[in-house]
Design a protein around this ligand. Sequence first.
Ligand code: HGY
Ligand code: MN
Ligand code: MN
Ligand code: MN
Length: 410
Amino acid sequence: MKNMNVTGDRLWDSLMEMAKIGGTEKGGCCRLALTDLDRQGRDLFVKWCEQAGCTIKVDKMGNIFARRAGEDDSLPPVMMGSHLDTQPTGGKYDGVFGVLAGLEVVRTLNDYGVRTRHPVEVAVWTNEEGSRFAPAMVASGVFAGVFDLDYGLSRADLDGKTMGEELARIGYAGEEEVGGREIKAFFEAHIEQGPILEHEEKTIGVVKGAQGQRWYEITVTGQEAHAGPTPMARRKDALVAASKIVTEVNRIGLDNQPYACATVGLLNCSPNSRNTIPGEVFFTVDFRHPDDAILSRMDQELRAYANKIAEEGGFDMAFEQIWYSPPVEFDADCVNAVRTGADIAGYAHMDIISGAGHDACYINRVAPTGMIFVPCENGISHNEEEEATPEDLAAGCNVLLHAVVERATV
Ligand code: HGY
Ligand code: MN
Ligand code: MN
Ligand code: MN
């Protein structure tokens, strides 16, 4: 392979252009899955890919595949990609870097006039974040056969709008079957979203795998009553009960260090009136750990404690685990391709386990998969202040170029 290099400025300019869609005052991005802003981001990506000579296909979950023809188009593609949807207070790089790094690889192959043997594709996976529609990574999950299509299309947001309805509304309800085709290899470039690479002063994270996740939805029901005349001893205050469970979630996380993560990110208190005792509280729990046995022990501790609080206080409780994604180990050859790419380019690198979930975690079930991390400033992500340097992003993209070309030419 000629010693090719991506054009870092062009990658940076594309990231900044995409960041204007849903750009927030604090310099972040809000492009929730399947909103009009998500559509605008998708349309811009499709336009750029068509300008780069790619053909576009969209499947029934709205996953987009931009394909650069290979010498032998009957061969399975080498695929890159990530997601364009963001958190409500998301940043410019989470997901978007992996998508636009894939486009930059295509543009670079065009610059050098390189025709790979295998076709090369850049994928945009629908609803990776799981913020508007739970669970996360649902469309790559359907592609990998983890969820069936009906389940994926039926996922609804808090207003009851389903993914199927929203895909049709924004014009991305594709014709293609979801998955069921051979992929030679899949590589996802992503910011680390944590502090390790920056702290260790490494440019590239050679991602060996990702931790497992369990997501829950819990509703505690007590009794609404007047905040004045109701004696403390006679109350069934749903927020007090929920708060005890929230504190236990945090305790479980702290008691399973290192690695355990435990978060309550969404909580709705009803009727949410300052002088009415809360009658019902809905909240979510996000548990993570790289060791499946510990993750299931965390699950058992949470269930036992929540039941205890409900029984002791006479509360009704709905407790549902809505998602379980086991820890993942990526394909050794793909991990090696990333490490070799970093070595050849002379980038300082280290092996790392991903704290976040990614579409690669599901695609890993149907194709040899690897991930490339680059540092983000202060390890901050899922935050409008998310930042990365043009140099690190270009480095990650060069490693992606190496890994993809190496796979697509043999
Ligand atoms: O939650 C995650 O790890 C990812 O951002 N969906
Ligand atoms: Mn992401
Ligand atoms: Mn994310
Ligand atoms: Mn090395």
